[in-house]
Design a protein around this ligand. Sequence first.
Ligand SMILES: Cc1cc2nc3c(=O)[nH]c(=O)nc-3n(C[C@H](O)[C@H](O)[C@H](O)COP(=O)(O)OP(=O)(O)OC[C@H]3O[C@@H](n4cnc5c(N)ncnc54)[C@H](O)[C@@H]3O)c2cc1C
Length: 437
Amino acid sequence: MRRVAVIGGGISGIASAFYLRQRNIEVDLYESEERIGGRIGSERLLGRWLDFGGKNIGKNYLLFRDFVKECGLLDFEYFGFNTSQVINGRVVRINKEGAKLFNTLRFISLCGFDGIRKLYPHVRAILKDRSQGVLDSEYFNKLALEYDHVSLADYLKEPCLSHVVRPVTVRMNGAEPDECFPGNFGSNLALVIDSYEQLKNGMHGMLDAFQASSDNGSLRIFTGHRVTSVCRDPVGGIKIGYMHGGVTAIAVYDKVISALPAIRLSVLLDDILPEASLLLRQVRYYPVAVAIVKYHRDVFLKSQRAMVFDQSFPLSNAGAYGIHDLDLVRYTFSGRVSRSVISENSAPEEVIGLGEKIAGPYFSIRDNTRESFAYRYLSEGLCAYSPFHHRLLRDIDTKLESFSGFAATGDYRRGASMEACFRAGGECVDKLLRGAN
Ligand SMILES: Cc1cc2nc3c(=O)[nH]c(=O)nc-3n(C[C@H](O)[C@H](O)[C@H](O)COP(=O)(O)OP(=O)(O)OC[C@H]3O[C@@H](n4cnc5c(N)ncnc54)[C@H](O)[C@@H]3O)c2cc1C
């Protein structure tokens, strides 16, 4: 087989390229930005590489960890699960580092009877078979058929909704519980019951190692190449049009994988597959703003490294960047109120000021000095999928069938975690190559 083109150099595209290379298939990876990584978003602050998006790696990220190992990186640092929230004026800490029984009892009280009754069977299903903890799994598709006519906010009651479910949906989907659906919650639950590490030197080392592996010619990475069209080539294969340095060009491949977010792929398919394009637009994306601020002194205590805020605030979470980075705060702004006060035109200093005002009463921020910061606003930052999402995926695939040699992966297939993107990337490669020689 000739080379396969992969469109999109985020973690989904990297996964697709990785699995194609494992099958000895040559790959051309097209990325519109000057760096690969997409929503991992690595950036330098005070001489150190930091990641704005995906950086926490679950103990159960088996596929992703295989890839990290292949990149020659083994240096993980404990990140844990350590957070807090204000309930009835009192700061309540939740972490997996304290006494196990105490934390379990605290978690049960946050869930309430209804929450435990509804969530426990789902947690048990994931613990029994980890492969169920993704989008479009047999177990959660059944749940979707029964309950996706209502939102998560109607499926679960208080106190579980405010204290457990909302902190998860605004963080992982950028959406409120009334904008999310029970059938998709398994992909979030699997993340809640995991515990986390991060790469000691950040994700950029992994991305650089992957980029370096492109030197041997079997993997070519074209950064700064924006794909502007895909269509069937009259002579055979798939023709892609791209833009590089202000110049347009075309290339023809036997097979092409889109590793773009659904909303980006819908734009590419507008003219050639309008029905597929319309279906892809039903996948919901929500904005997120992230600021990483370096302060002069420690902001957090080792025992309390993060806090989630309720629906009345634009700030959904403020947390220490790493277990040893108590002076480095990652502020995440997502959810409905955030959308009403923060836009792509907001001044970073003002957004950070907002975060400092909200988190200030609980941490050493007011009497501290801001030394440096970096800020990003992603208008399509987090994916909240759709109701009866597995049906939408089937419909999308049916429409894509007519475009032979073309397959699509991304965060809307198995879920947004980097592990889910790897799983979806592997499955997409399997599907594309089925029957190919
Ligand atoms: C704030 C935040 C925190 C997160 N934290 C975690 C975490 O701790 N752990 C975790 O597992 N996950 C986390 N995630 C989720 C995870 O980072 C994302 O789901 C994942 O990175 C998405 O990867 P992707 O490749 O599917 O999409 P993207 O990263 O969006 O990649 C798509 C790529 O395609 C490129 N592109 C777009 N259009 C074109 C075009 N026309 N031609 C060529 N290229 C194009 C884009 O530039 C981009 O690089 C987080 C996400 C966010 C936003």
